[in-house]
Design a protein around this ligand. Structure first.
Ligand SMILES: C[S@@+](CC[C@H](N)C(=O)[O-])C[C@H]1O[C@@H](n2cnc3c(N)ncnc32)[C@H](O)[C@@H]1O
Length: 261
């Protein structure tokens, strides 16, 4: 059974599937860190529109096995189109409660999913990975102003979203730390890469619109109209101006981890 929190994400991600931001670059980087071999069996959790799933299918080749799971049927419809030329299997499933036995896969991949699934998922992902297999995940972090705004406005969202989001924000106190996660979750070894990136937009309006093309949209849609208006004004105020033409910049990070079980 999917929780109310999961249900909210399933709806939100299904609705934005058609305009979803392209994560090909991050998927490629993650799978480099995961060092996939031809013939491996891989579970791609939170597969979304199939961006990483397709790269996985390409890397493991016809001898490999690829399964993609996601909560959002709208995302899976896109993943189905993206992977149609491959033997990939897709299913609706909660990444925190996987319907697979212990040690089923050589590798679990999760490109930009951990920020939504949280700690519970890191019990599940190693469980379905065979001993000696890998769990490879990426997680975005920043900009700092986004977290500050979310912390200040989360009380204006409604239950059951509010409590879970509040708990997520309470743990997002600094950049993700691979070594800390390794120790906390009991993995054997970890490889980690951090990318420092900047999103650039021609205007503040364009930057704001971009927030509706990824998971941030779910938070924004939980805010009542008056709070959303104030949130937007503070967000625009916090953007870094770039050049003289009204352009803005948003610095953020992407962390890539590969844990060995
Ligand atoms: C930022 S997108 C990443 C999509 C994809 N991995 C990619 O590389 O483009 C996050 C995805 O995680 C999914 N998701 C969020 N919570 C989930 C959960 N509990 N179980 C399964 N999927 C989840 C969303 O539906 C969404 O498709």
């Amino acid at each position: 059974m999917v929780s109310a929190w999961g249900d909210r994400y399933a709806r939100g991600f299904s609705e934005m599937a058609g305009v979803y931001v392209d994560l090909t670059r991050q998927a490629t980087q993650l799978l480099d860190v995961a060092a996939l071999d031809a013939g491996e069996s891989v579970l791609d959790v939170g597969c979304g529109p199939g961006t990483a799933t397709l790269v996985v299918a390409d890397r493991v080749g016809p001898e490999g096995r690829v399964i993609g799971v996601d909560l959002a049927p709208g995302m899976l419809a896109r993943a189905s189109a993206a992977t149609s030329g491959t033997a990939t299997i897709l299913a609706v499933m909660d990444a925190r409660q996987l319907a697979f036995g212990d040690g089923t896969f050589d590798v679990v991949t999760a490109n930009s999913v951990l920020q939504f699934t949280g700690r519970e998922s890191l019990g599940e992902w190693p469980r379905v990975t065979r001993p000696g297999g890998r769990v490879a995940c990426s997680i975005p972090y920043g900009p700092a102003m986004w977290f500050e705004l979310c912390r200040r406005y989360v009380h204006r969202t409604s239950e059951p979203y509010r409590s879970t989001m509040q708990a997520r924000l309470d743990t997002a106190v600094g950049p993700p730390d691979a070594e800390q996660a390794r120790a906390l979750w009991g993995f054997g070894a970890v490889g980690a890469v951090v990318e420092r990136l900047v999103r650039r937009y021609d205007s503040a309006d364009e930057a704001w619109e971009s927030e509706y093309q990824h998971g941030a949209r779910v938070f924004l849609e939980e805010l009542p109209a008056d709070a959303l208006e104030r949130f937007r004004a503070e967000y625009v105020e916090a953007l870094l101006p770039e050049g003289d033409g009204g352009g803005v910049a948003i610095p953020f990070e992407f962390h890539y981890w590969c844990f060995t079980r």
